[in-house]
Design a binder for this molecule. Structure first.
Ligand code: HEC
Length: 144
């Protein structure tokens, strides 16, 4: 019984770790080129993602925005960390639901310290896919 519990905990821990690793891999392959490997951002072009998104993960609207942003992209002027940006991010609808959940778990968890229950869920990604938006509309969604 004890051994079974140990095996089960080990399995759970390794599933959690591999989900995070997966998110890091998806990030490095798709996002780091603009946002830089540790989400430090590129001044004047792509906003910093590390430590700038804590508040977004705390509300359902914030999580919906993040899911929609990855599915549909975003363009137009924004202010992040006191700095102005006015460029465009492409949508990543070609990623699977699982990859989008994993990459956002990496961005929100690893780069912003959000706890597991505050991460974007598969349902949020599904909702975004059902009603994709124009990149300009995503920027307006960000302002809400
Ligand atoms: C081609 C460059 C590029 C790539 C690749 C890219 N982004 Fe972006 N990202 C941007 C730009 C530019 C903005 C700001 C858009 C604007 O000014 O409206 C942005 C905005 C964001 C924001 C919003 C930040 C905020 O403060 O609201 C998040 C989150 C984000 N990107 C995550 C990602 C993730 C996750 C990926 C990979 C799946 C990714 N980005 C890939 C360029 C990129």
């Amino acid at each position: 019984m004890k051994r079974a519990l140990c095996a089960c905990l080990w399995l759970l821990a390794s599933v959690a770790v591999s989900a995070q690793d997966r998110g890091a891999t998806v990030f490095n392959q798709n996002c780091a080129v603009c946002h830089q490997p540790k989400g430090e951002g590129a001044p004047g072009f792509a906003p910093k993602l590390a430590g700038t998104l804590v508040e977004r993960s705390k509300t359902e609207a914030g999580r919906r925005y993040l899911a929609q942003l990855v599915v549909s992209g975003m363009m137009g002027p924004i202010i992040s960390g006191g700095e102005k940006f006015n460029d465009a991010m492409p949508g990543f609808a070609a990623l699977s639901d699982e990859e989008i959940v994993a990459v956002l778990a990496y961005v929100m968890g690893e780069l912003n310290g959000a706890s597991t229950e505050l991460l974007v869920k598969p349902d949020d990604v599904l909702a975004a896919r059902r009603q994709p938006m124009s990149p300009a509309a995503v920027r307006r969604l960000r302002e809400r």
